[in-house]
Design a protein around this ligand. Sequence first.
Ligand code: SF4
Ligand code: SF4
Ligand code: SF4
Length: 359
Amino acid sequence: MPEAAAPAAAPAAAPPSPSPSQVAAARWRNPWRALPRVRAAVQGAYLAFLLLVGWQFARFADQVAGDGPITAARPPAVEAFLPIAALLGLRRWLATGQWDEVHPAGLVILLAALGVSLLARKGFCSWVCPVGTLSRAVEWVGRRTLWRRRWPAVPRWLDWPLSGLKYLLLAFFVLTVFSSMPAAAVTQFVRGPYNLAADAKMLELFRSPSATFLAVLGGLVAGSLLVKHLWCRWLCPYGALLGVASLLSPLSVRRDPEACHDCRACTRACPAEIQVHTKLRVLSTECTGCLSCVAACTSPDCLSVTRKGAAGLSPWLLPALVVGGLLAAWAVAAATGFWQTGVSAETFRWAYRIIGIGG
Ligand code: SF4
Ligand code: SF4
Ligand code: SF4
C-alpha cells in the first residue's frame, strides 16, 4: 500500500535583508588590526633593551662591589627603575634649579613619560613600560588557560574604590617628597649613599630575593591571572601620575554611535575594562592608549583617534608620539650632558661599602 504523502511543509519565512551598514561591516577588514602586533614588537624590543641594560649594570655593580679596577661602564638607562629617586630629583630641580647629577637619566625618563602623557594619554604604559609588557603577557596566559571563553569583568562597585588605591599611594609619595622634606634635606638625601646605591640594592633584590619578595611577586602574578592588569589598574602610583597628566591629552578614542552595532568587541579587548561600547569619547585616566579597542572594532569608521573638535586622525599618531617623544628626550639629554651621571665609579664604591654591598 503506498504511503500517504506527507503534508507539504509551510515555506520558511525569508530572512530579513541585512541593512547596508551590516553588509558593509561584514565585508570590512579593520585597517588597524596590525596595531596590537606592532605594539607587542615595540614592547618586546624595549624589554630586550632593558635586559641588556640590566646585564651591563650587573657587570658594573660587581666590579664596584669588588676591590679590583672598575672598567665596566654604568648604563644610564638603569635609572628607569628608580622612580622615587626621579621624584626626589624633580623636587630638587624645582626647588633649587639644580639638575640631578646622581641619577640624571631617571629624571629625564620621568619628565619624558609625563610629557608624552600630556600628548598621547598613558601611551607610555601600553607601548613602553616593561611592567606593562609583563602584565600583558600574564593577561595572554590567562586568556589561553583560565578564561578561554570570556574574562569576567570586575564589578564597577569594586573596581572603582580599588582603582583609587594607586592615587592614595601617589598622594603619599608626592606629599612626602614635596611637603614633608625641606629642599636641603632632599639635596642631602640625593647625594647620600642610599640614593647612590639604590639601583645596586634593587639588583640584589632580584638576584637574592627574600621569601617575602617572592611571596608578594607570586601573589601579584596569581592575582593578575584573575584580574586583568591588577598592579597597573589598582596599585601603580607611577601609572596614576601619568593618568592625571593624560587628562590634558588632546588625543582620545572616539566612538561614532551611528556606525556602532553594539557587538562589544572593543570592551572585551580593553585591558582596563573600560566600557568602550557605551562611550562617545574615552577620557578615562585608566585608558592606556593601547588601541586594542580600535584594532578590535568590527564596524567601518566607528572607532577612531581624534583631537577634540577635529576629524579622525591616524591611530598610528599616538604610538609615534610616544616612541618618538621618548627617543627625542633621550637624544637631547644625551647631547646636552643631562643623561650621564656625574658621580665617579670610586664614589659609587664608597656608597656600596657604606650600605653593605661588597667589600
Ligand atoms: S601602570 Fe605603572 S607598571 Fe603599569 S604600565 Fe603604567 S607605569 Fe608601568
Ligand atoms: S579604551 Fe581602548 S585605547 Fe583605552 S585602554 Fe581601553 S582598549 Fe586601550
Ligand atoms: S565600537 Fe565597539 S560595540 Fe561598536 S561596533 Fe565597534 S567594536 Fe562593536
